[in-house]
Design a protein around this ligand. Structure first.
Ligand SMILES: Cc1cc2nc3c(=O)[nH]c(=O)nc-3n(C[C@H](O)[C@H](O)[C@H](O)COP(=O)(O)O)c2cc1C
Length: 262
């Protein structure tokens, strides 16, 4: 089938998932449309895909799960049985049930997942972990995965049910109890308030964080122009001592294109 458009649907607080998604979309030489799921002011019910379009969904793994904000917002979209490619990035620990949950929520919205990729990208909290990834080798590998997916698209029939790793019930999500705060370098520019995916930073007092709303996605830390926001050195040390050992070694990118019904 000749696709008319590729829809780039992403929740990527610190940009890693978006980068991997761009590598994948680069092999489809057609028009694209972006749907930034982290933008709370968008009306996601307006995203209705047609059968002659392909959508790429990209999210980070948060505690081995799909970020809840993505799950909530994607429910309002409509896939009309069009094909979808799934991407979960992860920070060199594990993606656990992320791809299975992503497959389930995207199917629920009416899309047909035909391939999935798990890709390593810099850990957005412990930024010394996988700090140079995706690197050139990753880029080459992800593009080769995308070329394989393009070929595989020619052989999809109605019987296709994508086989991805993961368990149901999904792993219990334990929210990160640490919330980024601004220090006295904050210039009250409000960039973080504008960009926060969940409205956890007030526009008039952007140096504070609403801990009830904050999902610790690290967007505000990433985009602060003066480096004023962080979870704090002590907290980072604590979290690195606990999770750092699980993130050792070079973890792999993985491609999933097998049919469960074969
Ligand atoms: C709240 C939170 C939870 C995370 N949990 C995991 C995890 O369970 N396993 C893992 O390998 N990386 C984990 N990470 C790292 C991210 O999955 C990884 O850095 C991802 O590439 C970030 O994507 P982004 O740059 O698109 O925001 C977590 C990051 C955050 C902020």
């Amino acid at each position: 089938m000749d696709f008319q458009r590729v829809n780039l649907v992403y929740f990527s607080p610190t940009g890693g998932s978006k980068k991997i998604m761009r590598y994948v979309s680069s092999v489809f030489n057609i028009n694209s449309m972006t749907v930034d799921i982290s933008n709370p002011s968008l009306d996601f019910s307006k995203f209705v895909a047609n059968e002659d379009e392909i959508s790429i969904f990209a999210v980070p793994s948060f505690g081995g799960r799909v970020p809840e904000t993505f799950v909530e917002r994607i429910k309002n979209t409509n896939g009309n049985n069009s094909k979808a490619i799934l991407i979960s990035t992860y920070g060199n620990r594990d993606f656990d049930d992320t791809l299975l949950e992503l497959k389930d929520v995207v199917k629920e919205a009416g899309f047909l997942p035909i391939a999935a990729i798990a890709a390593v990208s810099k850990h957005s909290i412990m930024t010394d972990i996988a700090s140079t990834r995706p690197d050139d080798l990753d880029k080459e590998e992800i593009i080769s995965f995308a070329e394989k997916i393009k070929k595989h698209l020619e052989n999809i029939d109605d019987n296709f049910d994508l086989d991805v790793p993961g368990n149901f019930p999904y792993k219990k999500y334990n929210p990160v109890p640490l919330k980024p705060k601004a220090d006295n370098k904050c210039i009250l520019c409000g960039a973080c308030a504008t960009d926060c995916p969940v409205g956890a930073i007030p526009y008039d007092t952007p140096n504070i964080t609403n801990n009830e709303l904050c999902i610790t996605c690290m967007r505000c830390v990433e985009i602060c122009p003066v480096g004023a926001r962080s979870i704090g050195e002590e907290n980072l040390k604590m979290i690195t001592e606990k999770f750092g050992p699980l993130c050792e070694g070079r973890k792999e990118n993985k491609l999933f294109i097998e049919n469960l019904n074969k």
